[in-house]
Design a protein around this ligand. Structure first.
Ligand code: ADP
Ligand code: MG
Ligand code: MG
Length: 885
């Protein structure tokens, strides 16, 4: 018999797959002896079984009933007992936290009868009716499907008619009337009455939570966060405790440390006389947690104590939800807390200093994505104008965009390529698409734990919340702040690190972390923490990290950022600009002498390029790739040329011979599918003299550097090999040229010759290719294109979003390596290549080299190094270190 229900005391934090994150942590806190209201968890397995069949699996209903009985016995009263009702909450809780995405129903067990009993035992009519109206509202919308706005509108009408600024001004009889209104609303909308049977309330709520797993909001969130759709949610059924019992009660959210900076200090929001959902929803403005120290010093001290206990137990920053019921503190939730990139680094360093975690654990706690975020610029505070508004800095970074006031407009403008800032009073899960589309989110209400703040932090998106001096006029599509009107479309700047909002586009300055990478200036806690993480990563990683760089400037930057060489130096840009004419001349050459002349003119220019790069990377390997793209990329555009000729003819002047020859060449070389055409090694084999010229330029650059006392380490890389014969032929030409340069210069020039593995055939015949290659470098961009049969430029706009929506892939295979297909080819090539030549050096130089998940794959696949863009080098170092842990 499967066990579908677990008492809190039976579970633990390691059971999150089965009990969901919330259930597992409630169990953990229960076992730690912290004051958690008793309850039980219905497993994710039960949810999956329910969703598969549409009904409760066998035995589930009975199991819930048995656990309910146990709960009733320990409480000494029954669910919804008329004179003294036991009330319950039914809370969703998936394996991965999905803030505000799923459903929770509070105060289950209240009915027309038991509300009176509750009023009597609690001594507060108002509290009883407030709880009842919450139940009817949550049950009505979540379980019975009535649009939540209808309830909101009803309470707003009531408040208006009473001139009440917030819900605290509604008294017991107002709330009783509201319950009537709500119940009528439900019958009117659904043709069914609000159920008066507490057990029915419970069972239907559990079902509704199961079903909420497949709700639209939940699906969207999962897609964004790459959470599998198949996991299902657990359901937690728990005895209610009440924060809305009067001024000596309340609810709040707290963090063991500041989740924005990582520093140690009490941090959170508190709302007196409220149930928990009010805090997150931003219904009323919360007070900082430290105010609780004045309102209720005993509870505050207790809370700080428990935060300490939790942090020591979890050995990490935790966030919690708590409720104080008439001076008694209850813990309602905890989890390892989300944090900003800045906090992640600072916290890891501080926890390590405090001896709570090891240096390796500290490294595991930060990520390459975090490091990348810290490399972005911030606003230049010395140069910005007056602030438009101030709010709470909820998610750091600097963003500039046009102000928009609703989700649809944000999505519309972003789709048209505009940068936007989504400005809302507060956000709800329905705003998610707008938040995704926006550069930043700005709200006028809510604290650091509001929906806007939590979700934006999770996305790494700039967010300022609770900017109360911002008056939003939704109808007028504008907002007013500091006497200035911001119409829709007006550009504003949002500083998520300080909470300040500016009119116009504020000027930006580099980040301190970036300055550290550029100059080595190690100042401030954050920079120090980042430097420590990178030092550790460098100490443990097995993968080398190189950069893709084609200019001396990029090479020098890459080196400052910690690159250990160049994994890909492309030579194509060296053929552009003024040199295009020389390439044209080479292509148009009628005679060998013409062609030689054109190549000879290119040679010294190429040599100079290589000298600069070898100098910047002195002592480190520089892998130079021979020319890769099809030659017609260096010729003028076919249509343009045809038009030029036609215009000349129309004017009666004959077109220049040069133009007609060019057009002829362009037509001759035109390809329907250049990606699969005459490029890479194929070009070297059919364009005489091209390889020799490039190799000579490299070899002579090596000689020049050696004469200058340098230590040049050029490697020659042949692109787009399909068959070993191609490599053998090119290699012969390379060796001949190297020998010739050695001879004339009197200095032996040796450059290892290797190849890119970027076609499936090359991967599948890697054993043979390795016999001719000193090294392999996976060109995973082309390998992905040719393995999937996708032309990247054509598919990304055309159907990738549909493929992501349909779950055909969770992430674009151009972003993160596809481990099953492309990755399999990589593994085959590594195994067969090494079998043929044990000392074969293997790297990767596609964009995947700087992608965290891909770096882990390459580590596991046994590569020697990854190569990525200079700015991604710190990211790759960090992730290579984490992969080795
Ligand atoms: P979410 O996952 O969206 O945070 P929760 O299940 O935590 O949803 O519940 C929403 C709110 O209801 C929380 O603020 C929580 O504190 C409150 N709540 C849940 N269960 C109880 C309970 N047993 N007693 C009092 N408040 C509760
Ligand atoms: Mg919660
Ligand atoms: Mg390629």
């Amino acid at each position: 018999m499967v066990q579908y229900v677990y008492e809190f005391s039976e579970g633990g934090r390691d059971m999150a797959d089965l009990l969901g994150g919330k259930g597992a942590n409630l169990a953990e806190m229960t076992r730690m002896g912290l004051p958690v209201p008793p309850g039980f968890t219905v497993t994710t397995e039960a949810c999956r079984a329910f969703l598969a069949t549409g009904t409760e699996p066998d035995g589930l209903t009975e199991e819930i009933a048995a656990h309910l009985t146990a709960l009733e016995q320990s409480a000494g009263r029954r669910l919804g007992q008329p004179d003294d009702p036991l009330l319950l909450s039914v809370r969703s809780g998936a394996r991965f936290s999905m803030p505000g995405m799923m459903e929770t129903i509070l105060d289950i067990g209240l009915t027309d009868d038991s509300v009176r009993g509750l009023a009597k035992v609690s001594g507060s009519e108002r509290f009883a009716w407030d709880s009842y109206r919450r139940l009817v509202q949550m049950f009505g919308s979540t379980v019975m499907g009535v649009a939540p706005e209808l309830f909101e509108a009803a309470i707003a009408r009531l408040k208006d008619s009473l001139n009440a600024p917030d819900d605290l001004r509604l008294d017991a009889s107002d709330l009783a009337r509201l319950v009537e209104t709500y119940k009528n609303l439900i019958s009117g909308e659904t043709g069914e009455d609000f159920p008066q049977d507490p057990t029915e309330q419970l069972h239907r709520s559990v079902r509704a939570v199961f079903e909420s797993w497949n709700g639209q909001r939940a699906r969207l969130y999962r897609r964004r966060e790459h959470i599998p759709d198949t996991l299902g949610t657990a359901v937690n059924v728990q005895r209610m405790v009440f924060g809305n019992l009067g001024p000596d009660s309340g609810s709040g959210v707290a963090f063991t440390r500041d989740p924005a900076t990582g520093h140690r200090r009490p941090y959170g929001d508190y709302l007196p006389n409220a149930q928990g959902e009010d805090v997150v929803a931003g219904i009323r403005n919360t007070v900082p947690l430290t105010d609780l120290g004045r309102l209720d010093p005993t509870s505050y001290t207790q809370l700080c104590d428990r935060l300490g206990t939790l942090e020591a137990h979890y050995r990490d920053l935790c966030d919690i939800e708590f409720t104080i019921e008439r001076g008694t503190l209850w813990m309602l939730q905890t989890r390892v807390g989300k944090r900003t990139a800045e906090a992640a680094f600072t916290l890891a360093a501080e926890l390590a200093d405090e001896g709570l975690i090891t240096a390796d654990e500290a490294l595991a706690r930060v990520s390459g994505d975090d490091a990348a975020r810290l490399m972005f610029p911030r606003f230049d505070t010395a140069a910005v104008g007056d602030a438009l508004a101030h709010g709470i800095p909820a998610s750091p970074g600097a963003a500039v965009g046009a102000a928009v006031f609703d989700c649809a407009e944000a999505v519309r403008r972003a789709a048209a390529g505009q940068k936007v800032v989504l400005v809302r009073q507060e956000t709800t899960p329905d705003d998610l698409p707008g938040m995704v589309a926006a550069q930043a989110v700005l709200t006028s209400r809510g604290g650091k734990t509001s929906h806007a703040a939590v979700v934006a932090r999770g996305m790494g998106k700039v967010c300022v919340c609770g900017a109360e001096d911002l008056a939003i006029d939704l109808q007028g599509r504008r907002c007013i702040a500091g006497g200035i009107t911001v119409e829709e479309g007006t550009v504003i700047s949002v500083d998520g690190s300080t909470g300040t909002v500016y009119a116009g586009a504020a000027p930006l300055v580099d980040s301190a972390v970036m300055r550290y990478f550029e100059t080595g200036e190690r100042s401030g806690d954050l920079v120090d923490a980042v430097a420590r993480a990178l030092d550790r990563a460098d100490g443990v990683r097995r993968l080398g990290v190189r950069a893709n760089a084609d200019t001396p400037e990029d090479a020098a930057r890459a080196r400052r950022f910690g690159a250990e060489g160049i994994g890909l130096c492309r030579t194509e840009h060296m053929f552009l600009g003024d040199r295009r004419k020389l390439v044209e001349a080479m292509i148009l050459a009628h005679t060998d002498a013409d062609r030689v002349r054109a190549l000879d003119a290119l040679l010294p220019l190429q040599r100079k390029d290589f000298v600069g790069i070898l100098e910047a990377m002195d002592g480190l390997p520089v892998t130079i790739r021979l020319l890769d793209p099809p030659l017609h990329e260096f010729l003028p555009d076919r249509t343009e040329l045809a038009v030029r000729i036609a215009t000349a003819e129309a004017r009666g002047t004959p077109p220049s011979t040069h133009d007609t020859e060019l057009l002829e060449a362009v037509n001759r070389m035109h390809e329907e599918n250049p990606m699969l055409g005459l490029r890479g090694v194929r070009l070297g084999l059919v364009a005489p003299g091209l390889v020799a010229m490039q190799v000579r330029a490299i070899a002579e650059a090596v000689v020049e550097r050696k004469r200058a006392g340098g230590d040049p380490r050029a490697e020659i890389m042949v692109p787009l090999i399909d068959a070993v014969e191609e490599l053998r032929l090119v290699r012969e030409e390379v060796e001949e040229t190297l020998a010739a340069v050695s001879e004339t210069s009197g200095m032996a020039v040796h450059c290892p010759v290797g190849t890119m593995i970027e076609l499936p055939r090359a991967a599948l015949t890697a054993g043979r290719i390795a016999q001719e290659a000193a090294f392999f470098s996976f060109g995973t961009n082309d390998l992905t294109q040719t393995t999937w049969g996708f032309s990247r430029d054509d598919v990304e706009a055309a159907f990738f979003s549909a493929y992501l929506d349909k779950g055909i892939f969770k992430v674009s295979p151009f972003e993160t390596i596809d481990p099953e297909g492309v990755g399999r080819l990589v593994r085959i090539a590594v195994a067969e290549g090494r079998a043929a030549r044990p000392d074969l050096k293997i790297g990767v130089c596609g964009e995947h080299g700087g992608d965290p998940a891909s770096v882990h794959f390459f580590h596991n696949a046994g590569l020697d190094y990854v190569s990525c863009s200079p700015f991604r080098v710190p990211v790759a170092r960090l992730e290579a270190g984490r992969a080795a842990l």
